[in-house]
Ligand binder design. Sequence first.
Ligand code: ATP
Ligand code: MG
Length: 392
Amino acid sequence: MFTAFLIKYAEIGVKGKNRYLFEDALVRQIRFALQRCEGRFEVTKTQGRIYVEALSEFDFEETVDNLKTVFGISGICPVVHVEDEGFEKLSEDVIRYIDKAYPDKNVTFKVQARRARKNYPMDSMTINQELGGNILDAFPEIKVDVHKPDFILNVEVREKIYIYSIIIPGPGGMPIGTAGKAMLLLSGGIDSPVAGYMISKRGVKLEATYFHAPPYTSERAKQKVVDLARLVTRYSGPIDLHVINFTDIQLYIYEKCPHEELTIIMRRYMMKIAERIANENGCIGLITGESIGQVASQTMQSLVATNEVCELPVYRPLIGFDKQEIVEISEKINTYETSILPFEDCCTIFVAKHPVTKPNLKVIKNHERNLEEKIDEMIETALRTQEVIEVK
Ligand code: ATP
Ligand code: MG
């Protein structure tokens, strides 16, 4: 019965002069998401509203599922269009709509009419009263509640008349493209895909870097990261994934530095290299999936050490989250099942039995001097041999 959707957006409605930029970005992202759906659609922006109109047959569930991935949408309202063929016909259409949309008539409602076409012969107050009365006559169990109705029956008079009352929650956030671009350090774990999702929810475009250590990490581990990136693109749009061969650097650190500091030193080089790739690609921030205290390399002292190598801001959206909370988001965005596949995302042979939990930055830097001879050249080689995968 539905032929269109009215798109509600909360936050971006209050952006003053920049409002049109946000709306245009939202329209663009909606069009992009709808490309994945069967059917043809027209997305229009009129009088501070965004409408999605179906120009052909379409799959309702699929369309709603895809709209739910567009950041910036706070609500999706399925709309019924009717021709303006007089008020009596409109009453009949509205009554038929309510009968279908609310099989259980034990509900309260109010009518909220909006006369966008000023030559319509009734004003909105009159439409409210007359339609309300006709609905009550048609369904004796239904009641009016003007303060806290179960549903608001919206009737918008335009060229055609639009009827809607259902609001399906959208993902919220800001449309992609309204902030800058950031570099996500993406591993095969549960946390980093969620971290990418959270930052892209604020309108941030993503690129990603994965540190691969063949043969210690397998091709399948890499494929898993590509798969995770692809799942995130449903929300974030296309991601360029930079795959860095980290094996030689890891082996070198393993050879030259105390084993209980391996993870921290390795993480410092990951951050350093990711920042280089970020700068080369116009990213103005880094994103990691770190959360205070989750593992030895994520204590506050360890974060001091890994943070120290970067000048770009490092966004850590999960920093105050418990694992369970992170898992819940990963289930919601459908990355969990892939994240828990058993391929190693980092080479366990390089993980010490008793890693330092309170690294001392001076000590760490001292030990990094052991790497002076070859590390710069190794970083250049790693950057030069990076593989870039365009994930869509
Ligand atoms: P995740 O679930 O995201 O893998 P984790 O709990 O395993 O996180 P760590 O392995 O300590 O935690 O990694 C912390 C963060 O460092 C990750 O969230 C990710 O952003 C980044 N990271 C770790 N390993 C890699 C890697 N191989 N490639 C790219 N980024 C990585
Ligand atoms: Mg990990």
